[in-house]
Design a protein around this ligand. Structure first.
Ligand SMILES: [Fe+2]
Ligand SMILES: [Fe+2]
Ligand SMILES: [Fe+2]
Length: 437
């Protein structure tokens, strides 16, 4: 099928991902920023081409992405052995499924590779790209700096550590490039300062990339996996909403292209849930007022994450307004009737339908009669569009089949992420321990 091509600035696309990461863990977002900066300077010291620099810095900007899907927030970046393997491979696996970033996957897969160990194994020596060694060195330097101490007071200690590990932990040429760049004080102060201009200095970010429909779909899946894989209970929710929304859009006479967009928007509808701790997402019981308030913020963040790419304007509205109501009593934008796009109304119906058809810790999936009764009351209350509900009622089997098929497929994709997630799956859900006002 021919699909409209989106011309998107690389920087906008990356910012979506970086903002999404920032929502889960500001610690990791800050760490990524530092590692990207140090990597950028090492690349310059090595005299790499602009393309090579761009790829390495971009990979550095997302290198611990896999850790975010494995844990809800990481404060200790000195991972143990199993975890090093899991988060590196999970991160690479995520990127492999988004064609424009596929070339970054090997850099992330080996970003904890010890230089001497790779040299002793001929197969590994071939596999590990230079960019991985650059990120590894930058990562360890970033971790060695104590955020609470003056950075210049730590300069000599970190330099001595890097020199000691030259040819052991770290690639010798990367160390030489680092030592050259690490001489002036500003290098250290840049690492500590987190200024946005420094973040904006990244190579090739102004580049425009062309994304076709399949690329945008894989990008949407890429983001939705970050949400879904954090919480096994919700692992297939986005795909179910996507399929139901696309099926309903077809019934509402949307064009084939619009149905495809609806599928993409469905995958993206809950990405703002990255802001919600998994202990709340997976709570086995009713939510208290505070927890409800945290959850209710998620569509605001869905909108703000997608808002970065102006070409995705319609997608953002279809995806993010699924808790708005026709009577204006929804959240968080309180959009009313005529201003609420039909695509958003379809998303709301698809979201409720899918949620009712899924098992929850406190109830089993509902049958057809109960689903239609529950949704019928919502239509009577002015929460959802009654005409769309009628379409669902008349074509219940078709929509339900589309939802089922896609959720089964997505369960297969989840299983393919094993063994990275097997340890996560065995862990009991933790109680919410976040700060409360
Ligand atoms: Fe890492
Ligand atoms: Fe790291
Ligand atoms: Fe939602």
């Amino acid at each position: 099928m021919k699909f409209h091509t989106f011309s998107v600035k690389l920087t906008d696309l990356v910012n979506c991902i970086l903002n999404a990461i920032g929502l889960i863990s500001p610690t990791i977002a800050r760490h990524h920023n530092r590692v990207a900066y140090i990597s950028m300077r090492i690349c310059e010291g090595l005299g790499l081409s602009e393309e090579e620099r761009a790829a390495t810095v971009l990979a550095a900007d997302m290198h611990d992405l896999g850790a975010l899907a494995l844990e809800e927030s990481i404060n200790d970046l000195r991972f143990e052995d199993d975890y090093i393997h899991d988060h590196s491979f999970a991160g690479a696996h995520f990127l492999e499924h988004f064609p424009p970033f596929r070339n970054l996957a090997p850099l992330i897969r080996y970003h904890h590779q010890r230089w001497q160990t790779a040299m002793q194994q001929p197969a590994k020596r071939e596999q590990v790209p230079l960019g991985s060694y650059i990120i590894h060195l930058a990562d360890r330097v970033a971790v060695a700096i104590d955020e609470h101490e003056n950075v210049l007071a730590q300069r000599q200690r970190v330099i001595d550590y890097v020199k000691k590990e030259r040819g052991m932990e770290f690639h010798p040429e990367c160390v030489d490039a680092f030592l050259e760049k690490a001489q002036p004080e500003y290098f250290w102060m840049d690492i500590a300062s987190q200024l946005t201009e420094i973040a904006g200095e990244r190579p090739c970010r102004e580049k425009i990339i062309e994304l076709d429909g399949e690329d945008v779909l894989s990008w949407a899946k890429f983001l939705s996996r970050l949400v879904d894989f954090r919480s096994p209970l919700n692992a297939n929710h986005s795909s179910g909403v996507a399929a139901s929304a696309a099926a309903l859009a077809g019934l509402a006479r949307f064009s084939r292209r619009e149905c495809r967009m609806m599928l993409i928007a469905g995958y993206l509808h809950d990405i703002g849930k990255l802001s919600v701790p998994t202990a709340i997402l997976e709570k086995n019981g009713p939510l208290d007022t505070y927890e409800r308030a945290v959850i209710n913020g998620h569509t605001y963040y869905t909108y703000r994450i997608l808002d970065h790419v102006k070409e995705f304007d319609t997608l953002a509205r279809w995806a993010a307004f699924h808790h708005e109501r026709l009577d204006g009593c929804g959240y968080p934008f309180r959009i009313t009737g005529v201003d609420l796009p039909l695509g958003s109304q379809i998303m709301a119906v698809a979201d409720i339908f899918t949620a009712l058809k899924e098992d929850r810790p406190y109830r089993q999936a509902l049958g057809k009669r109960e689903v239609l009764e529950t949704m019928g009351k919502m239509a009577q209350d002015g929460a959802i569009n009654g005409d769309l509900l009628l379409l669902l009622k008349e074509n219940y089997e078709l929509v339900n089949r589309a939802r089922c098929d896609r959720q089964v497929r997505s369960a297969g994709e989840y299983a393919a992420m094993n063994p990275y997630f097997s340890r996560k799956m065995q862990r009991p859900a933790r109680a919410f321990s976040g700060k409360r006002p």
